[in-house]
Design a protein around this ligand. Structure first.
Ligand SMILES: Nc1ncnc2c1ncn2[C@@H]1O[C@H](COP(=O)(O)OP(=O)(O)OP(=O)(O)O)[C@@H](O)[C@H]1O
Ligand SMILES: [Mg+2]
Length: 344
């Protein structure tokens, strides 16, 4: 399995924080695993262990067929890493940064130059190629760092939140680059907080929370677990949220998720359009004015809420969501707001 990633029982503790609490992962060769989780879930810690930057307290891992703990140097020769925080040399130009990486990997000066040129084009950095990286914006640094991770084409790549901080156009382009890379046979472990990103890029998704994998499967499998469609209502007046909540609980098939600031309520339903009409009638009877209402299929965010009791990006300050009872065969951890993390 030269391109695969395999981890078993990874545990890593920092003081009294269990950053990894027994993580098992399997990424078959040539596939993408999306490691999805909120701030502090343990994603970066898992990446650091798998890329030999951090020793776990216990557990084992094999990357590209090589044991991570006993043969780290060999592992490093077979992997590429783009970390969560861009690691570029500020005093070199974009082009020099990329050429330097090529030469570190023993490319000839000519090949390194050619490869740097290709990547600068690919990542929309050609115009800024000959400026020092310290003049780059955050998104440009991020792209330069990703380009650096792609100078050589290692069989296994790790990308830690590759699109955080990118604007929509650059995010889209990076997705295309990643898709090409994977079509070429690269195995990729990608961490993200964006459900749509995992949905688009990953063959398999592992949802992590509090250092544990709480669910895994394809995006479709995870969505299927949350049951049917959702009715989404935006009420006109914030004071109507409790009344609308009562109506939705009565007609829906589970707890309502309320987003106070957008005045939006969401509830799982069966019965589709017919039920939608009923919701509208009932809200009307009670004098609740609505700005918007619709029926939609479950998103990965719904999966996250039903598994963890909180939305993926709401951990620090969000209200705890509904009971985590929707996931029957999974250990769930529903305590919102228990992780303190320095903001980035
Ligand atoms: N070097 C460290 N020393 C102390 N605590 C740490 C260290 N690294 C990570 N942690 C803690 O371990 C937990 C997991 O952190 P990790 O960086 O793996 O999360 P993450 O899923 O990557 O989060 P984010 O989405 O914010 O990047 C957090 O509670 C974090 O504060
Ligand atoms: Mg991280």
């Amino acid at each position: 399995m030269p391109g695969a990633i395999h981890a078993e029982g990874l545990v890593k503790t920092f003081g009294d924080v269990k950053a990894l609490d027994g993580v098992d992962l399997d990424v078959p060769e040539g596939t993408v695993l999306g490691l999805l989780g909120p701030n502090g879930a343990g994603k970066t810690t898992a990446v650091r262990v798998l890329t030999t930057l951090l020793r776990p307290d216990s557990g084992r891992a094999v990357v590209a067929g090589i044991d991570v703990l006993s043969r780290p140097t060999e592992v490093r020769r077979n992997i590429g890493l783009s970390g969560q925080f861009a690691a570029v040399d500020e005093y070199l130009t974009g082009r020099e940064n990329l050429q330097m990486v090529g030469q570190l990997y023993q490319m000839s000066a000519r090949d390194a130059k050619r490869r740097a040129g290709e990547l600068l084009e690919r990542f929309n950095l050609a115009d800024a190629a000959d400026r020092t990286a310290k003049t780059y914006s955050g998104g440009m640094r991020r792209r330069l760092d990703l380009a650096a991770a792609l100078v050589v084409s290692p069989p296994v790549m790790f990308m830690d939140e590759p699109t955080t901080g990118l604007d929509p156009r650059n995010r889209q382009q990076l997705w295309e680059v990643i898709e090409e890379l994977v079509a070429g046979g690269t195995t990729l472990l990608l961490t993200t907080q964006y459900l749509e990103e995992a949905d688009r890029l990953a063959h398999d998704i592992a949802v992590v929370d509090h250092g544990k994998v709480i669910a895994r499967g394809t995006s479709d499998q995870l969505k299927a677990r949350t049951g049917g469609e959702r009715v989404e209502v935006v009420v006109h007046d914030r004071d109507d949220l409790p009344t609308a909540d009562t109506v939705l609980r009565g007609l829906g098939k589970g707890d309502t998720v309320i987003e106070e600031h957008t005045r939006k309520l969401t509830v799982p339903v069966t019965g589709g359009a017919k039920l939608l009409a009923e919701v509208i009638r009932e809200l009307d009877t009670r004098g609740v004015e609505i700005d918007d209402i619709g029926l939609r299929r479950p998103t990965l965010d719904d999966v996250f809420i039903s598994l963890t009791g909180h939305a993926a990006e709401e951990r620090e300050n969000g209200r705890p969501g509904p009971d985590a009872a929707a996931a029957d065969d999974t250990t769930t951890t529903g305590q919102a707001g228990t992780t303190k993390e320095a903001s980035r």
